[in-house]
Design a protein around this ligand. Structure first.
Ligand SMILES: [Zn+2]
Ligand SMILES: [Zn+2]
Length: 190
């Protein structure tokens, strides 16, 4: 069975930089910027899922590596800019063909680019994302037991982050830094 490389993209809780690292069994997760080790070091649930068949039906305990959150959601690992770019290219090409009275070509270009979009979407793997810190886990072989995006949960975490930021505001007044709610990727499934 092919095992994809498991990677984590997260914002380091120590230095606040965004880093990407491979996750391996019995290997501590280390931030590439400040070299600090994240807790906990060895995620049982990740190993379980990336290993061979997950025979036990019970859902593995889930906890984000970059923050204490236990709520994660699954979404398609599809860069929205790419999707938009393909559609825009198709539209442009189609318009040019239309201008030159190449009606069939005009439709064909639209059809083909739309098809590429669909195929790409289907080929793209899933990514597991943390609601709280937006850490992203790629390369999991099984996402069983994880649910898709939930707007309510997302909103709850968003408000929590806003409150936390408010509470911390006086303490961090001297050093205006990025907002508490990290924004590795604001893209949410539509
Ligand atoms: Zn760091
Ligand atoms: Zn997290």
């Amino acid at each position: 069975m092919m095992t994809n490389m498991l990677t984590l993209t997260a914002r380091c809780p120590y230095c606040q930089e965004t880093f990407r690292t491979a996750l391996q069994a019995d290997t501590p997760v280390v931030c590439g910027h400040c070299q600090k080790e994240l807790q906990p070091r060895c995620p049982d649930w990740l190993l379980k899922e990336s290993g061979e068949a997950n025979s036990a039906a019970e859902p593995a305990p889930v906890r984000c590596l970059a923050c204490p959150s236990t709520e994660l959601f699954v979404r398609k690992d599809f860069p929205q800019q790419l999707g938009v770019a393909i559609v825009a290219t198709g539209f442009l090409g189609s318009s040019i063909a239309w201008y030159f009275h190449q009606i069939i070509a005009s439709y064909a270009i639209l059809f083909v680019t739309a098809g590429i979009d669909v195929v790409l979407y289907l080929l793209m793997g899933n990514v597991l994302e943390c609601y709280r810190c937006h850490a992203q886990y790629r390369g999991l072989s099984s996402l069983e037991g994880h649910e898709g995006f939930n707007l309510e949960t997302h909103e709850r975490y968003r408000q929590q982050a806003a409150r936390l930021q408010e509470a911390q505001a006086p303490a961090t007044k001297s050093a205006p830094s990025a907002p508490a709610a990290s924004t590795i990727s604001e893209s949410t499934p539509s």
